[in-house]
Design a protein around this ligand. Sequence first.
Ligand code: HEM
Length: 402
Amino acid sequence: MKVDLHSDAFLRHPGAGSRTLRDQAELVRMHLPILGPVWVTTTHAAAHQVLSDAVTYVRNPANAGGKPPEKVYWWVPRFVHPLFRNVTLMDGADHQRLRKLVTDAFSSRGIDAMRPRIEAIADDLLDRLPRDRPADLVAGFNRLLPMLAICELLGVPEADRARVSAWVEPVSRVRSPISFLRAAPGLYRMSRYFRADFEEVRRSRRPGLIRELVEVRDGADKLSDDELLAMVVAVFIGGFDTTTHLIGNALVTLLQAPELARSLQEDPRRITFFIEEVMRYHSPVMFTNMFHVTTPTELGGRRLDRGDRVVPLLIAANRDPARFDAAGDFVPDRKPNRHLGFGVGTHMCLGMQLARAEATVAITRFFARYPEARLARPVDKIPMLKRLGLRGVAELPVILQP
Ligand code: HEM
């Protein structure tokens, strides 16, 4: 049976869909939007094997005997080419060097320092939600909080945040070359804005991650302007929609389980485990970027050749009964919980501490402010989002004060 990862059936019941895939093989052939025909892993073991072997599986197709990204994606406008020099498409020493430069800013210590600002942003957004009619949390809260948190992390001036957000929005809707072309003007304006902003930050020494990266460029270990821009854009694209859907999935879960919501408010230490279980069970990022095979190998009982393309399906890995007891149940206090929701290995998510902090703040502040909130519609009437590789709700109508 054919499984479409972006169909309503799969998005609503990923456990059943993942089982169907696993019953076929550990590695199945699929046609994914933009990526085309690829091998997709269906088990935790196979996904883990790909993600943790950076020698056999690489990101840049040129390192596996193929063409460089700008030739593979020949249809993207030329001004986008510098953005291909981003961490997600790099391998080996180049990749390590770039990651090392931002690791401190993304460490728990760096993120803890941001926490009061994230709380203030969350409180402000919650105050603005309408109370006389159902409020759509996706539009009014879940999307804005991660966007503003990234602006805060980078140090984007408050006056510029609305337009930067408007440029990023269409990028997250890309599902095909056509939709990419629709996003191109925003990407162009964003690139132009940040290139000018790097100069401005050099002059004003405005605080934030941009300044730290600019100073790296001006220090001994130089970052080129292209790399700097690619990093800023990667942080927006990696951290915006993803966290939106972690927050959305967490809120949908708690709005259906008021007892659980109350008990987490009473014992906030449990929130950490709850969020990891949302990451496992709902897997807001269903699959990672594509990997290219450098040398003939075996994966999930199948031989792969140099140049073959593999995608680890995180959502199936996270529902694999061979790895998790009661894999199909949502267990709020699950421990240990070695899900692959943030990936693993050299490309493991850089922003996971920020994502966890945002989700914690989001649910804590939401239920403190609106303890009586309830879904305005039954959950099966809430539309699922249809975006490449993501799993979450497209809208979340809620009655805040009955
Ligand atoms: C719930 C929220 C998030 C989820 C589920 C998530 C998931 C992931 C996953 C699965 C990867 C590995 C991708 C791969 O191997 O292809 C990744 C990488 C990455 N993430 Fe996240 N992410 C989240 C939030 C964030 C945030 C908030 C940021 C930054 C502000 C961020 C920045 C990045 C970057 C830059 C990478 C690339 C790392 C590399 O290639 O070395 N992510 N993320």
